[in-house]
Design a protein around this ligand. Sequence first.
Ligand SMILES: CC(C)(COP(=O)(O)OP(=O)(O)OC[C@H]1O[C@@H](n2cnc3c(N)ncnc32)[C@H](O)[C@@H]1OP(=O)(O)O)[C@@H](O)C(=O)NCCC(=O)NCCS
Length: 180
Amino acid sequence: MGTPGDTLPRLGNGFMLRRLASDDLPEFQAYRHDPELGRYQGWSPMSDEEATAFLREMNTAPLLNPGNWTQIGIAEPDSGLLIGDIGVFLDQDGRYAEVGFTLARHAQGRGVAAAAVRETVNLIFAATEVDRVFGITDARNCASVRLLERVGMRKTEATNAVFRGEQCVEYVYAVLRNDG
Ligand SMILES: CC(C)(COP(=O)(O)OP(=O)(O)OC[C@H]1O[C@@H](n2cnc3c(N)ncnc32)[C@H](O)[C@@H]1OP(=O)(O)O)[C@@H](O)C(=O)NCCC(=O)NCCS
């Protein structure tokens, strides 16, 4: 088992997974204020002050910390510029993890988000003893459904939910440690 603190940065094909930093503010704010990207997400856009504090906190927050979400950055591999982020949650008892993901529109359509999520799932399995990693999405979020299937997750549940006052269906996707 690896040490969670030593797992970043990680370079993949077309992306780098790395810690968020306060220097990421312009890029982070640009995509986090894109209404299209936030449509099915649990977060709301932050002020510059809030975002700076968040980026600073995530720069050193323990990764894979039981009971907590930690956000990591997806960056262009050459320039290091931030193009998106991935939230990682480890359950209190360390039995399962969950991921959430966002990629700036200009970086979409190249398979980068799927590759970054796949790498994150590998990182989670390598650094913890969880037996499954979940991804939960609104059923209307077709790009997210396609990504979850592309990374090898399978739909395990469909539940009725209310999101921002609207009835909706949430799909729970999962990949097991022992999946081939
Ligand atoms: C979900 C989201 C990250 C998907 O981004 P994406 O770039 O479409 O995702 P992928 O990395 O899987 O890329 C897939 C696309 O790249 C294309 N592609 C090009 N080259 C590719 C390659 N080598 N490998 C895989 N796909 C490739 C695919 O054909 C596909 O295009 P399509 O959507 O037109 O079919 C993005 O839509 C987003 O940020 N949405 C808002 C946030 C959100 O709702 N997140 C989910 C809630 S947790």
